[in-house]
Design a protein around this ligand. Structure first.
Ligand SMILES: Cc1cc2nc3c(=O)[nH]c(=O)nc-3n(C[C@H](O)[C@H](O)[C@H](O)COP(=O)(O)OP(=O)(O)OC[C@H]3O[C@@H](n4cnc5c(N)ncnc54)[C@H](O)[C@@H]3O)c2cc1C
Length: 808
């Protein structure tokens, strides 16, 4: 075994082998994979080997498509058979709500290049002869589903990597990982040690143990999972003889089952409701090529549905039940990327569908390690979407929930119950008493809307019970004044003698003068967005930044990566050490003037000013800015004052009929201003010109900000896309995101977000289209729930286009 390597990959399951292969293929060949046993000794060996392209996140779906297309290549490169059978499959719906969901999947597939087609239940039965069409209302045909040999694929990755110069050391257990003072890592094994620049945790079932070696508690939990294999079935043989092909895959969402042919019989697996975590606190090192005891009672309810939906199963015996553990993150997507605070330590774990996602995970990680960027929009699997709040118990609750809902529909207005109430602000009970309906962002409870007694969300793809109440909240803002809680923003304080110069390099905007704020895009070296903030200069070398709450860890990882080593800049994510309230609407100034002695007149407190002032008895930081696009103020306060300030506003607001508004009303308000938001309109694949943020980029400033050269090139060449807002002829439903945008009968773009703009009484969609058609006003259609709706480009915001209200 070598004593030095550029990269040590820990774990010889499908994911570690894919990472090794991708590193070698992209030119890093001084790489070694360490496996404590034989390759495939974790979850990998007993997988059912199914692969599919669909995923709730379109970017993950793209990587799944890449994974499946890669198998042919690694087979050729390695000479190792992968056993890949692309049979195609059917996705089955037993309810209309499920069919609506599947139509959304087909629609997304159009711009992702997936071959999906809506078919009737009868047509599905013609393709998959074992199903009873009477049990279903419709289906989708997917030509890219299939299955493979898990061990063959894993060895093919490893052999192909070896051919490219990578090394694989089996029976080599990493027992500890230690960071040296010079930043290099020591991977200490039972066979000696390797000094390395980079360590990849692809420990699968033992990813938590590997994480603990460097002080990390990863939000990962293994669950038991069962599938059965039947005896040979005459129906299967008859079909094979008649058609010369295998029985295709089926996913029965309402039965929570997946099926495929296995030799002369069938394989049926299920994600049962009565699920069971495996080894909740730590994974034994002596667990190897073993299976767990099957528990047929647990899966019996699903099998009953399966036997009804696929009647041929009633006449066959079960040959074997496989029960094995595999790991999940709380939302079921992988945990990939550099780990904040541990330079050179990378995560490639929590991969629950290794044979659909392993290739994409390997590609993204290799790109990230070699080029400093994953090369794709992988937010949905970025490890930084979780912070320290994702504790072991939280993870346990969410993973169990996610497992039991693996095939369940999640409606756009549906909030999930597990892991709730973890982080709350001091006014949680006061807002609850006013009818707050809660959602969650980065672990924090956030008010979505305020329901009258006895009313709650009815889950639906269409406008629902909240519609008229959100409309009232919007009205209170646009006609008087509204108050909302904004604690879920991420907040950062930056100081130190190097702070100004550092911010000038990190952010693409012109830095504001003391007492002023500005919108601040942040770019990567390739000139694409990596953040969008509001930046405030508090004077005396102190700066305050507010940004997307869900991206706090993501942004801190980026900030810290670029901090000067001399300690001249200090940045802190203040989290809930600072809470927030916002007031907005034409009467917001009057309300503010009633609760403070400070001069808040239009001249004394201008749009984009920021000041320290007292509200009631409490000291606050107040910025004159509002995401509602109205006259408004954002008020930042230490949590011990939040109740006092809330109550002060509520009392003073009575004469103005002050109304509370939640994040759904805020969404409606920002849509009629054409305002985008991070993780929706602004993502790391769009340039500032494409995203319409170029007006905040100080292309001519002296500082050589990160991404400057690329941003200038984008400005010169014009980029590829444009963010646009559309008003669409929707009747009883609005877009949520990821719907295709049609132009002249072709899919040319995709929706990033949208909803009903209650103030303007319009259904609004925001999304990207190629720049060539971005100046067209008409001819667009947006596909929603299986129908195309006419959409008109909305160049000027529907509300306050001349900004008189906001700036007045
Ligand atoms: C019953 C069942 C059915 C499944 N069906 C499917 C399916 O149809 N399709 C699909 O895509 N997925 C399926 N899966 C999931 C799939 O198996 C996993 O997604 C995949 O195997 C994860 O691979 P991995 O490399 O991340 O982890 P693992 O396979 O667990 O590999 C981790 C490896 O790391 C090694 N290791 C850990 N710590 C150390 C250390 N300190 N030193 C050295 N080596 C170490 C382990 O020995 C192990 O070999 C199924 C899983 C089960 C249990």
């Amino acid at each position: 075994m070598k004593s030095h390597a550029q990269v040590v990959v820990i774990g010889g399951g499908v994911v570690g082998c894919s990472v090794l292969f991708h590193l070698a293929r992209h030119g890093w060949t001084d790489v070694v994979l360490l496996e404590r046993d034989e390759l495939t000794s974790g979850s990998t060996w007993h997988a059912a080997g199914g692969m599919h392209t669909i995923n709730g996140d379109p970017n993950v779906a793209k990587l799944q498509k890449y994974t499946i297309e890669l198998y042919k290549e690694i087979e050729e490169l390695s000479g190792q058979a992968t056993g890949v059978h692309v049979t195609g499959g059917v996705l089955l719906a037993a309810t209309e709500a499920r069919m609506d969901w599947l139509r959304g999947v087909v629609a997304k597939g159009r711009y992702l290049g997936l071959d999906l087609e809506e078919i009737s239940a009868k047509e599905a039965a013609e393709l998959m002869p074992l199903l009873d069409p009477k049990q279903f209302v419709g289906a989708v045909r997917n030509s890219e589903d299939g299955h493979l040999d898990p061990s063959g694929v894993t060895h093919a990755y490893a052999k192909a990597a070896r051919k490219l110069g990578a090394e694989v050391e089996r029976f080599t257990k990493v027992e500890d990982i230690v960071r040296r003072e010079d930043g290099m890592w020591r991977a200490i094994t039972n066979k000696g040690e390797i000094v390395t620049e980079h360590v990849v945790n692809a420990g699968g079932l033992w990813a938590r143990e590997v994480g603990r070696m460097v002080g990390l508690e990863l939000p990962v939990l293994a669950m038991e999972h069962m599938y059965l294999i039947t005896e040979d079935m005459p129906e299967v043989k008859a079909w094979n003889d008649k058609t010369g092909s295998e029985i295709i895959h089926a996913v029965d969402f309402d039965g929570e089952l997946y099926l495929r042919q296995e030799r002369g019989g069938m394989l049926m697996g299920t994600y049962e409701k009565a699920n069971k975590p495996w080894s909740e606190f730590s994974t034994p090192w002596n667990f190897g090529h073993e299976l767990l005891e099957p528990d047929i009672d647990r899966i019996a309810p699903s099998l009953e549905v399966g036997f009804r939906h696929f009647p041929a199963f009633q006449n066959t015996g079960i040959k074997q039940i496989i029960n094995g553990p595999f790991t999940f993150a709380p939302d079921g997507n992988p945990l990939v990327g550099p780990v904040r605070g541990l330079p050179g330590f990378w995560s490639a774990c929590g991969v629950m569908a290794g044979f659909s996602q392993g290739g994409g995970v390997g590609l993204a990680l290799a790109n990230w390690m070699i080029h400093g960027d994953p090369g794709a929009d992988i937010w949905a699997m970025d490890i930084s979407r979780y912070g320290d709040w994702a504790s072991m118990r939280y993870t346990n609750a969410k993973v169990r929930e996610n497992y039991s809902r693996r095939f369940s529909i999640r409606f756009p207005n549906e909030e999930l119950p597990a892991g709730r109430g973890l982080k709350t602000t001091p006014i949680y009970d006061l807002l609850s008493a006013k009818g707050a309906q809660w959602g969650v962002a980065y672990g924090l409870e956030v008010p979505l809307w305020y329901a009258p007694e006895g009313v709650k969300d009815e889950f639906s793809w269409r406008r629902s019970t909240d519609f008229e109440h959100v409309a009232n909240e919007v009205r209170s803002v646009r006609e008087g004044v509204g108050l909302s809680e904004i604690s879920s923003f991420a907040k950062y304080r930056v100081k130190g003698q190097g702070a100004e110069a550092w911010l000038d390099r990190m952010l693409a905007c012109k830095l504001p003068k003391p007492g002023r704020m500005t919108l601040a895009p942040m770019l990567k070296e390739d000139g694409k967005l990596i953040g969008d903030f509001s930046l405030a200069n508090l004077g005396n070398g102190e700066w305050f930044i507010a940004g997307s709450g869900i991206a706090e860890q993501y942004h801190m990882r980026w900030f810290e990566k670029h901090l000067p080593a001399d300690g001249s800049v200090v940045i802190e994510a203040v989290g809930q050490k600072l809470t927030g309230l916002s007031i907005a609407g034409p009467k917001a100034r009057e309300l503010l003037s009633k609760v403070t002695h400070a001069d808040v007149s239009a001249d004394a407190f201008r749009f984009m000013d920021i000041k320290k002032l007292d509200i009631g008895m409490a000291p606050c930081l107040v910025g004159r800015v509002s995401y509602t696009g109205d006259l408004g103020y954002e008020i930042w306060i230490e949590p011990e004052y939040q109740r006092h300030i809330f109550q002060t506003f509520m009392a003073a607001g009575e004469e103005f009929s002050l109304g509370l508004f939640g994040s759904r009303a805020l969404n409606a308000l920002r849509l009629e201003k054409n305002y985008g938001s991070w993780a929706r309109e602004y993502r790391p694949i769009y340039g500032p010109l494409e995203a319409g943020l170029d007006r905040f980029v100080a292309y001519g400033k002296e500082a050589d900000f990160i991404g400057k050269a690329a941003a200038l090139a984008e400005r010169k060449e014009g980029g590829r896309l444009r963010l646009r807002a559309f008003v669409m002829d929707a009747v009883d439903a609005d877009v949520i995101g990821d719907e295709p945008i049609w132009f002249n009968d072709e899919v040319r773009g995709w929706v990033t977000s949208g909803g009903y703009a209650h103030g303007a009484k319009a259904s609004v969609a925001m999304g990207y289209v190629p720049k060539e058609i971005a100046e067209e006003m008409d001819g667009f259609e947006i596909e929603l729930l299986g129908k195309r709706h006419a959409a008109r480009m909305q160049a000027a915001p529907l509300f306050d286009a001349n900004q008189g209200r906001m700036r007045g």
